[in-house]
Design a binder for this molecule. Structure first.
Ligand code: GTP
Ligand code: MG
Length: 266
């Protein structure tokens, strides 16, 4: 797994400066007008149709993240059982010469009738051919995933026959549940001081485990709409300058294994 800077726009100081100025001018909550302002600016950052994959173990919060970014219930969320059955295409933003599309993948470990673990790993590996950026989602309040998770993640991203440098952002999700969970500051919609300390410890432990630069990590809560603006900043500054493949979106997503949804803001 390599970091994005060699590959993505993080190398391009103008883009980073521009993004920093832009993001400093907006509030931290991704809501209402803000979403339009943010995604309406994509053509300042890219000039192609970017495809962003959301990958990770089942229950990590991938579909919830899609919904939070889209500001609408575009993806089904499973409260108890495995949920996403097929990769789902979520068009997030579109300008004349640029667009952002999310691909919400079924989670690893799901073992459904639709996908065996082997097929799912193949589906993930195949996505290295066409996705421009990956979000690998890890559940923030999980303690036991590490060994298996790490192996699977490495297995997928060390497919150098497809790609030299793979832009991946590791998203630590559901951080409102990090202990002491009941201390979440509901008024300010942010973690309490005690939670912040534990979130920082979690970030450091994932950073160490996956051997990542801090810039490739983000801590979010989709439920509380927290950390999403920072995540979008990282997405914009990590997307490569050029698309990964010249194959059109309709060709890639035309196959029956993908389902498409449209975003109607709620
Ligand atoms: N408290 C809290 N719960 C969350 C958050 N994000 C997701 N969840 C819950 O976590 C559970 C799983 O969420 P999903 O979004 O369906 O997870 P997934 O990764 O898409 O799961 P699969 O489709 O099975 O791979 C659901 O009960 C969600 O409500 C969050 O930010 N905070
Ligand atoms: Mg899902």
């Amino acid at each position: 797994m390599s970091s994005s800077p060699e590959n993505g726009k993080s190398n391009d100081l103008n883009i980073v400066d521009q993004a920093t100025t832009f993001f400093n001018s907006i509030s931290n909550q991704l809501a209402g007008d803000q979403r339009g302002k943010l995604f309406g600016s994509i053509d300042n950052f890219i000039n192609y149709d970017a495809k962003i994959g959301i990958l990770g173990m089942t229950g990590a919060g991938k579909s919830s993240l899609c919904n939070a970014l889209a500001g609408a219930q575009v993806a089904e969320v499973g409260m108890v059982d495995v949920c996403t059955r097929n990769p789902q295409i979520v068009p997030l933003a579109k300008k004349d010469h640029a667009s952002l599309t999310l691909v919400d993948f079924p989670g690893i470990g799901a073992n459904t009738d639709d996908w065996s673990e082997k097929d799912l790993l193949e589906l993930y590996k195949d996505s290295l051919r066409y996705l421009d950026l990956f979000l690998w989602v890890l559940k923030g309040d999980d303690r036991t995933y590490y060994d298996n998770h790490l192996n699977i993640c490495r297995h997928i991203f060390q497919q150098t026959e497809h790609r030299e440098n793979i832009p991946v952002i590791f998203v630590i999700s559901q951080i409102d549940k990090i202990d002491p969970a009941r201390h979440w500051n509901t008024e300010r919609i942010e973690p309490s001081q005690e939670q912040r300390k534990n979130i920082e410890l979690k970030i450091k432990s994932v950073q160490h485990l996956f051997n990542l630069p801090r810039a490739q990590l983000c801590a979010i809560s989709s439920r509380e709409n927290y950390g999403l603006v920072e995540l979008v900043y990282k997405i914009f500054t990590s997307l490569p300058n050029r698309p990964t493949t010249a194959i059109s979106q309709s060709e890639i997503f035309g196959s029956t294994k993908f389902t498409t949804t449209s975003v109607n803001e709620s």
